[in-house]
Design a protein. Structure first.
Length: 390
């Protein structure tokens, strides 16, 4: 059953990956064209949501990132829980591999960035910029480049990227955050407990899960914590057991029901809103600046070396197992795709350098490192897939 569901996901993402890439390309073109004012006017337009005591005004871009993408992380969390209980990650050594490889994938980029920016003229405070992986774009690149590769590679990338992004969220909270609102965070925990209680009701209406999830999300949003945490945490409360014998469980129903909407609506909208950034005023000479080089090398070299090096070490020490059916070359190709930082790295980089020439260097570095990682990673995976056919 686990293999069937994963294959269905891959089939959907192979198609949606092209839409995702097209949406990102359109956003970048519009952001650097005569239609730039129209594009930035749309993503920065304020929208207010008010339901009872809940009142929040944010831009369209913020609502997509903190609102709709919470559903994406909910679905991702459901798939990881399924794999831990019934699939590839049920083996502790296969679960340990992406978890610890993610740590290597955060440490190596940060160290490379600091090495480049440690001298005169460097800006060491930007070290968190290359540590995160853009889950949506990395998964899309894998789906496009290697649709016939073992589905276990996707599970590996998915789990690693989640740990990676949660680590980035923790770093943001420690380095850039101005504090968490404890009352709202407590409300999120209470709502999460309520969702767990609903899961113990064998025939609970799905509407109850939806209402409890909205409560968890709303309190998390108010607390200042990334709603990606809310999505993954809420997914962990959903039961996997079927309501009736020989029928899909609640978790599987949510996975299969929500995934098409995530793949064909939420992710393309996210790509369109988040991928567009202006290169006006950014001097090409900045490509050789320490911040730009540190970010680009951190993403392209640091991610690949950190993820693959940690994974190879664990496998060599018999503490982890290679994803089922995957070769070393394929594992290296996926490690390269972890360097697709894109929107997440741009977000962290904007926190480190809000404006000025260093902000331009961040954009060039993220764009260069992400494009290199996706192109080389896709080439390696395509070659590996070709070898399987021959």
């Amino acid at each position: 059953m686990a293999r069937r569901i994963t294959l269905d996901f891959l089939k959907t993402e192979s198609a949606s990956g092209l839409i995702l890439a097209a949406a990102a390309a359109v956003a970048i073109v519009m952001a650097n064209s005569p239609w730039a004012r129209l594009y930035f006017g749309f993503i920065s337009a304020p929208f207010t949501i008010q339901v009872g005591a809940f009142h929040e005004t944010r831009t369209a871009l913020d609502w997509v990132k903190q609102g709709l993408m919470a559903i994406f992380f909910f679905v991702v969390g459901l798939e990881i829980k399924y794999e831990i209980l019934r699939g590839e990650l049920a083996n502790p050594r296969r679960l340990a591999l992406p978890l610890l490889a993610a740590l290597g994938g955060m440490a190596a980029p940060a160290l490379i960035y600091l090495a480049v920016n440690g001298g005169a003229g460097g800006a060491p405070s930007g070290w968190p910029t290359p540590i995160a992986t853009d889950i949506a774009f990395a998964l899309a690149a894998l789906a496009i480049a290697g649709p016939r590769l073992p589905p276990t590679l996707r599970v590996f990338l998915l789990t690693l990227a989640i740990v990676d992004d949660l680590g980035a969220v923790a770093v943001i909270g420690m380095v850039f955050s101005h504090g968490v609102k404890l009352a709202a965070a407590g409300g999120a925990l209470v709502s999460l407990a309520l969702m767990a209680l609903v899961s113990r009701w064998r025939n609970a209406p799905y509407l109850f899960y939806a209402l409890a999830f909205i409560l968890v999300w709303a309190f998390t949003l108010k607390s200042g914590i990334s709603t990606s945490v809310a999505g993954v945490a809420a997914a962990m409360t959903v039961p996997i057991e079927p309501r009736k014998p020989h029928r899909p469980g609640v978790l599987e129903d949510f996975m299969e029901g929500l995934h098409p909407y995530v793949a064909f609506l939420i992710l393309p909208l996210f790509a369109f809103c988040a991928a567009g950034f202006s290169l006006r005023g950014v001097a090409l000479s900045g490509l050789l600046g320490p911040v730009s080089l540190g970010v680009a090398l951190g993403l392209f070299l640091g991610k690949a070396l950190g993820v693959f090096g940690a994974a190879a070490s664990l496998i060599g020490l018999k503490l982890g197992r290679r994803p089922t059916g995957a070769t070393w070359v394929e594992l290296f190709g996926v490690s390269l795709l972890c360097g697709v930082g894109f929107t997440m790295s741009l977000f962290v980089g904007a926190l480190a350098f809000p404006d000025g020439p260093l902000a331009g260097q961040v954009r060039l570095g993220v764009l260069g490192g992400s494009l290199l990682s996706s192109a080389v990673g896709a080439a390696v995976l395509s070659w590996a897939q070709g070898r399987r056919r021959s």
